[in-house]
Design a protein around this ligand. Structure first.
Ligand code: ADP
Ligand code: MG
Length: 309
């Protein structure tokens, strides 16, 4: 897979403080790349370097294999963390103005804005002033303006902050749709809720350093431990628990159920397969639940950060 964007060894210091320390990322074409990390990790600093707002002290950035240059600004749609629209300008007027700055003709800009305003059901906002909109409403307008000129790379810095869950979902669906249409997307977040469904790739940044990067499925495979969550119905639960403990590594599990059952987490060694376990359990009990425990991105995030403290 070719990379649309590569950052190689980027560092940034503010005085004696290091905000970004030798960070490299590779963003595959057509992917949704999540830049994850707690507040203050350095995500926005990295994003500002990619957008040529901040110059790195060290490191290089390549877009489509070319060293980053001024002209690339047109290839990138950027939604900054600090959203800024002119408060006293009217929504439509401002959207048209910003769209033309991105190189669209007035006619093109109008057509595309109409499409997006209809899609978001906000056409009646056209003649309102920005200051009449709520934060979330203004953010929707800014999202539209960011994607309107269909740049090949979209960068959203904390796109979900300021949105209620319903509107956050609207934005999430739009991001997925933009990828369908061929865009490459980088977004940053310090909250993990939307990450699972959205990202193919993630990089985890903590205290200015990258501590994990890769394809989400590969990372999950690496962090899973051949553990299965099982719910069993048996005549003697205690007897079965003791018996299982002799054969496997077993701890109680705490998933929710509506009826009584023996709830366990069973970790298998490499020589035992899930089928071996299933076969064994089926001779001992009625199996109500059997699924592999796959760590969530949130669990991996917390685990990796605590290992790096
Ligand atoms: P994140 O986006 O991950 O929350 P930032 O990249 O905004 O983190 O910030 C990383 C660190 O760098 C923070 O400690 C922040 O205070 C510091 N920082 C960012 N920009 C500046 C600046 N212009 N001057 C001084 N310190 C800065
Ligand atoms: Mg930030």
């Amino acid at each position: 897979m070719t990379n649309l964007l590569e950052v190689q060894g980027a560092s940034k210091r503010f005085g004696s403080f290091t905000a970004l320390d030798n960070v490299s990322i590779a963003v595959p074409k057509g992917s949704i790349f999540g830049l994850l990390g707690p507040n203050g990790a350095g995500k926005t600093t990295l994003i500002r370097i990619i957008n040529q707002i901040t110059l790195p002290d060290e490191g290089k950035v390549f877009l489509d294999n070319e060293p980053l240059k001024k002209e690339h600004i047109q290839d990138i749609g950027y939604l900054p963390e600090e959203r800024g629209l002119y408060k006293s300008m009217k929504v439509g007027e401002q959207a048209l103005y910003l769209a033309q700055l991105k190189g669209l003709s007035k006619k093109e800009a109008k057509d595309r804005l109409k499409y997006w305003f209809d899609k978001f059901e906000i056409s009646h906002w056209w003649d309102k002033k920005i200051q009449e909109l709520s934060k979330g409403m203004a953010q929707k307008v800014q999202f539209i303006v960011t994607v309107l000129h269909r740049p090949k790379l979209l960068i959203f810095d904390e796109p979900f902050s300021g949105f209620d869950p319903i509107n956050a979902n609207v934005i999430k669906d739009e991001i997925l749709q933009l990828r369908e249409e061929g865009a490459t997307v980088i977004f940053s977040t310090h909250r993990m809720e939307s990450v699972e469904e959205l990202c193919d790739h993630i990089a985890l940044i903590n205290k200015s350093k990258k501590i994990l990067e890769g394809e989400v499925s590969d990372i999950k495979r690496k962090y899973k431990s051949n553990t299965f969550e099982v719910g069993l119905l048996a005549e003697s639960e205690n007897g079965l628990y003791d018996e299982l403990k002799e054969k496997f590594q077993v701890v109680p599990a705490d998933f929710k159920t509506i009826e009584e059952q023996l709830k366990l987490k069973i970790t298998l060694d490499q020589s035992t397969s899930s089928n071996d376990l299933l076969g064994y359990l089926s001779t001992k009990a009625q199996i109500l639940r059997f699924n592999e425990v796959i760590p969530s991105v949130n669990e991996i995030f917390i685990k990796t950060i605590s290992e790096n403290e």
